[in-house]
Design a protein around this ligand. Structure first.
Ligand SMILES: [Zn+2]
Length: 602
């Protein structure tokens, strides 16, 4: 059975919830196909409004839609965004305990949730499965679908669970979305996710309005400051949270309107930066790869790479955020003297020898008192420094080993900088009003919640208690005390998630003997990682047109040189003052030629 809807209704929903009057070209193509009940793979560039492609059908379909997504912060952001548009959405991921998941699934059954985001690790958990199998599922959307492929740049073992999950829930419609996929990845996707042949929507990867330049320099900061002084709206991509802060600070000290952005910031902080950047109040954002997905800013004029990204796929996604308005933009790559060497070392370090990793595996289980054939579903908070010193190794080495086991699907290491508080109320509004006298100086808390949280009586809601305390004009500690008091009287249920690093155990502990099983997988992942790293270093060394190199990488056979990169023309070197002007001239020339050509065709 398939599920269909009317295009007019899709447009109405777009207008009602997003206040847009029309879909973009590719979105319209996707929505058209989905409205007819087709299954579909969409290869859409980031910033191309990917999420609307499944959110609109999810709103129009009768039953629940499930979105499988790999990034917790992205999930949380999307859910907050949907809620702010009055669309009922929830997320289930490794940051939640089972009690919390129970609450969310309750809301799905009784609370009219339209969209449920789930991380792939949660799909096969008995608690989740038992409940979901009883529901009717209209749509399953697989976001960042390239993660399912062992050939993809971001392979996640847990994504393989999707295949079985789809068999079990038999959704009426399936859509897979990704920004980058080579042919090899695409065919694996079709095989693993779809039970009937999907429609594939794919445009060329060529971008005619991006000029790519690479510069080796011993003074990256100096060049960076020079580039930023030109006043262009710029994203600087850096690989570590510490570095983004340092760069933003340096730029601010030099009088530039700059901020930093990474996944550890709260949704509110991130939205604020996006908004200010969009409005031009910020000129520069120094960011980790967390900046981009789900962000729709069309007039970014320059993307600077300050570090070497792990693959061409990631690099291409990141530069693709420039010039989405079609205007000329610059992708500038700064490489320090030792960057290439460090990068090679980083790839090597991320695959510590299996013998050593096995020792860490055992150590972690023993530390948490987890016996053989136990562990699955457990969540344990970890203090990396403490653990590393107990084990007698540097922090970095422990982190690399923990991450390796994450890649192998044994557990996941989650860093959550935010604490969250959820609340459910057990009385009706009438019952609460009756309690006014009895509660005396705690009544105003309930009264405040009733007035400020519209969905208070529909199930669990997330509180913003810092803001609430401020508005109530009481200290946070006092509000917490009052909440405890009200919980004690059973008027409220409160559920808190604490911040910090946690390990979620996805598999039961097995004996060291069986760890040999991971050897094949380990070798494969290591080889893939080395190949991707070779792809990007080949790009840095190559004397081929920069855009052509990328297109060949993605398997596009027919392409001509871009004419706008520093290989196509030696005059276009990055620090040459006339370079930008020359690029602009060439771009205009090409643009005029293209228009001429189009007119001739007409
Ligand atoms: Zn070129």
């Amino acid at each position: 059975m398939t599920e269909s809807f009317l295009i007019e209704d899709a447009l109405k929903a777009l207008q009602k919830y997003w206040n847009y009057s029309n879909f973009r070209e590719r979105q319209a193509e996707v929505i058209n196909n989905l409205s007819r009940g087709e299954n579909l793979i969409a290869l859409l560039p980031t910033g191309g409004g990917k999420s609307i492609c499944y959110q609109i059908p999810a709103i129009l379909h009768t039953d629940l839609s499930i979105v499988i997504s790999p990034l917790i912060s992205l999930m949380e952001d999307q859910v907050s965004d949907l809620k702010s548009r009055n669309i009922r959405a929830e997320a289930i991921h490794s940051g939640h305990t089972w009690g919390n998941i129970d609450r969310i699934l309750d809301n799905c059954v009784y609370g009219d949730i339209k969209i449920l985001y789930v991380s792939p690790e949660r799909l096969q958990h008995p608690l989740f499965k038992e409940r979901v199998l009883k529901m009717n599922i209209s749509l399953v959307a697989v976001d960042e679908a390239h993660c399912i492929s062992q050939w993809g740049h971001d392979f996640r073992p847990s994504y393989l669970e999707i295949s079985q999950f789809i068999d079990e829930v038999s959704p009426k419609q399936i859509i897979a979305l990704t920004a980058t996929a080579t042919d090899k990845v695409l065919s694996e996707l079709v095989k693993l996710i779809f039970r009937r042949p999907p429609v594939i929507i794919k445009g060329s990867f060529r971008r005619d309005n991006i000029s790519i330049r690479i510069k080796e320099t011993e003074d990256k900061i100096g060049v960076l400051l020079k580039l930023c002084a030109q006043g262009y709206k710029t994203i600087i991509y850096v690989r570590s949270r510490r570095q983004v802060q340092m760069i933003a600070k340096t730029l601010t000290n030099h009088g530039r309107a700059a901020a930093y952005y990474h996944a550890g910031l709260s949704f509110k902080e991130k939205s604020k930066i996006q908004e200010r950047f969009k409005l031009g109040k910020l000129q520069i954002v120094a960011a980790t790869n967390a900046f981009g997905m789900g962000i729709d800013i069309s007039d970014i004029q320059r993307v600077i790479h300050f570090d070497i990204p792990p693959s061409i796929e990631e690099y291409y996604q990141e530069i693709g955020r420039a010039g989405r308005d079609g205007k000329l933009s610059y992708a500038d790559f700064l490489i320090g003297k030792n960057d290439k060497k460090y990068n090679k070392q980083k790839v090597k370090d991320s695959f510590p020898p299996l013998d050593f990793a096995n020792k860490v595996y055992k150590f972690i289980h023993v530390h948490f008192n987890i016996g053989l054939h136990e562990g699955e579903g457990m969540t344990k908070p970890v203090k990396i420094e403490k653990l590393a010193s107990k084990f007698g190794i540097p922090n970095k080495k422990l982190i690399n080993a923990l991450r390796l086991w994450q890649k192998l699907g044994v557990w996941e290491v989650v860093e959550d900088a935010r604490s969250r508080t959820y609340c459910a109320i057990t009385l009706s509004p009438q019952e609460i009003r009756k309690e006014e006298n009895r509660l005396e100086d705690s009544y105003f808390v309930l009264d405040y919640f009733m007035r400020h949280y519209e969905q208070l009586f529909t199930g669990w809601i997330q509180l913003d208690i810092e803001r609430d305390a401020k508005r109530m004009k009481i200290p946070l500690t006092e509000l917490n005390d009052k909440l405890d008091y009200l919980c004690g009287l059973k008027y409220l249920k409160i559920y808190k998630l604490e911040p910090g690093t946690k390990i979620n155990f996805l598999k039961n502990r097995i004996s060291s003997h069986y760890l040999e099983e991971f050897k094949l997988k380990y070798d494969h992942l290591k080889k893939m990682s080395e190949e991707r790293s070779k792809g990007i270093s080949g790009f840095l060394e190559s004397q081929e047109c920069r855009m052509s190199y990328i297109l060949s990488y993605f398997g596009e056979i027919e392409h001509k040189n871009c004419g706008m990169c520093d290989i196509c023309n030696a005059h276009l070197k990055l620090d040459n003052v006339t370079s930008d002007i020359e690029i602009q001239r060439r771009y205009n020339e090409q643009h005029a030629l293209r228009n001429q050509h189009l007119r001739n065709i007409e």
